[in-house]
Design a protein around this ligand. Sequence first.
Ligand SMILES: [Zn+2]
Length: 251
Amino acid sequence: MPKFDADYVPSSAMTIFAHPDDAEFLVSGTIAGWTRAGCEVTFVVITSGNVGTHEEKFTREALTRARKAEQEAAARVLGVKNVVFLEYDDCELVPTLDLRRRLVREIRKYRPEVVICGDPQAWFFEDYYINHPDHRAAAVSAIEAVFPCAEMELLWPEEGAAHEVRAVYVCATHSPNTWIDITGTIDTKIESLRAYGSQVGGWDPSEKIRERAARETKRANLEQVEAESGIPDPHSPPVYLEAFRVMKLKE
Ligand SMILES: [Zn+2]
């Protein structure tokens, strides 16, 4: 197994998020880099995002169809191989045993080396964003599905053979310990977000996404980033980063 550092690319990865577009907003720079390097990625999208609009023209059914097509288009931009839609209802997600078991089924089926999800402990971001309850429910369910449930042979054997995930990459976290350089993939990240017409409308995500990734760079411990990514020239540090708390479950 290759060693863990900011350059580590797993052979396979699974993202588990609540809504179509969560993976693109949060981790698609990393995903684009990993798929380019040969990583097989599966997106698990728990809800249909079927109430995620303030526009009157949509019904829940029409929005489900639109967002599914957008998610599939974004996944193609990112080189993601599989997209799994669990079709739970938007804004009603809670971390039930049923949800945890559905996630165990997907983990055991696709057998990812790494799982990427949100941080269940993150409620507030600075003074402007209250984390969506679906995001917290998805995050807690993902983490509980990875550990310990997916790896316990005697638990739900009908959901597939037990599987040990090597590491969990927790994003949108207040306690990051790893920063991945997305300077080379930020354009692909922005392009994947352009697929979401129902969410971004006429808005161009370019500026906000660059601003956010640059803010991450400012916040990061650059000494550690440079040591991890082996960047030889300390005068040309990465411009754009995505931050993670990496939990290593298996060496
Ligand atoms: Zn979301």
